[in-house]
Design a protein around this ligand. Structure first.
Ligand code: NDP
Length: 444
């Protein structure tokens, strides 16, 4: 079947799942040259198989709120591909979650995990539960109910979920507590755990730090350096906070942050004290980024996104489709030379096209934000050994992994005829590894 026909079939088989269609389209468009070189993949129907999840689980999550009323949410786990290792990928708790979002994330995760060089398959899960405005007790009751069902489907050698939007250390703790209680075993079924109960040092930092390590590699390869650069970051959650932290360590100036209500612009730069304020605001007080503008008397744009300011580097780190073609043009007009994706699929397809056409360095999510899952893989390794590595050891492994990922994507881009195109490089690089494994494992 031709690539176009396969895509058509994906759209027909998965009606209404627009984010999943978008993620599949991007990969299918990239891998055509690889398929031409490997006709055996075509006859073994690797592509038809890879776009179909191995297993999709949808379940009821009933829980009782603080008023004593019963609430019902929907839970998901999509176990997409386990050809190179146990399913691995985060859990997202956000009201926008439905099957199409989980499938797009799970599909991308297959290729991202392959790029890390670690033995991890692809999966993703979550719920339409909104942790915002809920008490700790409500979040705990929800997590316990969610995990009561998920426990049957996961395990340290089967499927190892982690965090994502709306799922941080607090939620992982409640879910791990419930799993441990149900199976009566203390084992590495989740990553992103607290360091006192099996977590890896460096995991909270990993996605943001990894994103900046990747960005630095990309810049250096093009004769540039992050030092002294002005950076626009979106989001103000886990990825954004630690990307900012690493930018400060590398002497770059970060001028923006955002949340789903709006963005702030701080032309003096968000320094370490201000970052500490943001961390308290978002992780403890669970407040809005608007409060930063009030605290430091800077501009706040209600409903705005941070792509309209002068900057050299942009790191979209909030959510999918948060940077469109018009905003890409604006960034370019404002002097951007490099964009690297901290969030998953934050740039729309036409925004990516704009960056590539204008020769802006562009690091796609599958490669640029793979630091999080990489350190999750290192957490699994530590759990299997019952050992804990030092922060320095984890961080130096993370740096090595991000350098390798950059090299792999750049080399694959070049090998398949499109030098500097890391989108193609990441898609083909990830695909080749999984496709070869699927060939070896037979028709499964
Ligand atoms: P968090 O929940 O910690 O933070 C998410 C941030 O994005 C918040 O500032 C949130 O604002 C904002 N946001 C969420 N939804 C929207 C929306 N619809 N419009 C605008 N802003 C929004 O999540 P993470 O930082 O962990 O995740 C951010 C991105 O990074 C996601 O795309 C995730 O898939 C990706 N990622 C995360 C990894 C990790 O290790 N955590 C690993 C790899 C990728 P608000 O508070 O208002 O909701």
């Amino acid at each position: 079947m031709s690539i176009d026909k396969i895509y058509e079939q994906v759209v027909n088989r998965n009606p209404g799942e627009v984010e999943f269609h978008q993620a599949v389209k991007e990969v299918l468009e990239s891998i055509e040259p690889a398929l031409e070189q490997h006709p055996e993949f075509v006859s073994a129907k690797i592509v038809e198989r890879i776009v179909e999840p191995e297993r999709q689980i949808i379940f009821r999550v009933p829980w009782i709120d603080d008023n004593g009323d019963v609430q019902v949410n929907r839970g998901f786990r999509v176990q997409f591909n386990s050809a190179i290792g146990p399913y691995k990928g985060g859990l997202r708790f956000h009201p926008s979650v439905y099957l199409g979002i989980i499938k797009f994330l799970g599909f991308e995760q297959i290729f991202k995990n392959a790029l890390t060089g670690l033995a991890m398959g692809g999966g993703k899960g979550g719920s339409d539960f909104d942790p915002k405005g809920k008490s700790d007790n409500e979040v705990m009751r929800f997590c316990q109910s969610f995990m009561t069902e998920l426990t049957r489907h996961v395990g340290p050698d089967t499927d190892v979920p982690a965090g994502d939007i709306g799922v941080g250390r607090r939620e992982i703790g409640y879910m791990f507590g419930q799993y441990r209680r149900l199976v009566n075993r203390f084992e590495g079924v989740l990553t992103g755990k607290g360091p006192e109960w099996g977590g890896s040092l460096g995991r909270p930092e990993a996605t943001g730090y990894g994103l900046v390590y990747f960005t630095q590699e990309m810049l250096k390869d093009n004769g540039e350096d992050l030092k002294g650069k002005t950076v626009a970051i979106s989001g103000s959650g886990n990825v954004a906070q630690f990307a900012l932290d690493k930018c400060l360590q590398m002497d770059a100036k970060v001028i923006t942050l955002s949340d789903s209500s709006g963005c702030i612009y701080d032309p003096d730069g968000i320094d370490r004290d201000k970052l500490e304020y943001v961390m308290k605001l978002k992780n403890i007080k669970r407040g809005r980024i608007k409060e930063y503008a009030e605290e430091y008397d800077v501009e706040y744009i209600e409903g705005g996104r941070p792509w309209g300011f002068e900057c050299d580097v942009a790191l979209p780190s909030a959510t999918q489709n948060e940077l469109n073609a018009k905003e890409a043009e604006e960034l370019i007009d404002n002097g951007v030379i490099a964009v690297a994706e901290g969030a998953n699929m934050p740039s729309t397809p036409d925004a990516i096209e704009t960056f590539l056409e204008k020769d802006i360095m562009f690091g796609p999510a599958k490669a640029a934000n793979a630091g999080g899952v990489s350190v999750s893989g290192l957490e699994m390794a530590q759990n299997s050994q019952r050992l804990s590595w030092s922060f320095e050891e984890v961080d130096s492994k993370l740096q090595g992994i991000m350098k390798n990922i950059y090299r792999t994507t750049a080399d694959y881009g070049q090998k398949f005829g499109s030098e500097g195109n890391l989108v193609l490089g990441a898609n083909v690089g990830g695909f080749m590894k999984v496709a070869k494994a699927m060939m070896d494992l037979g028709v499964i």
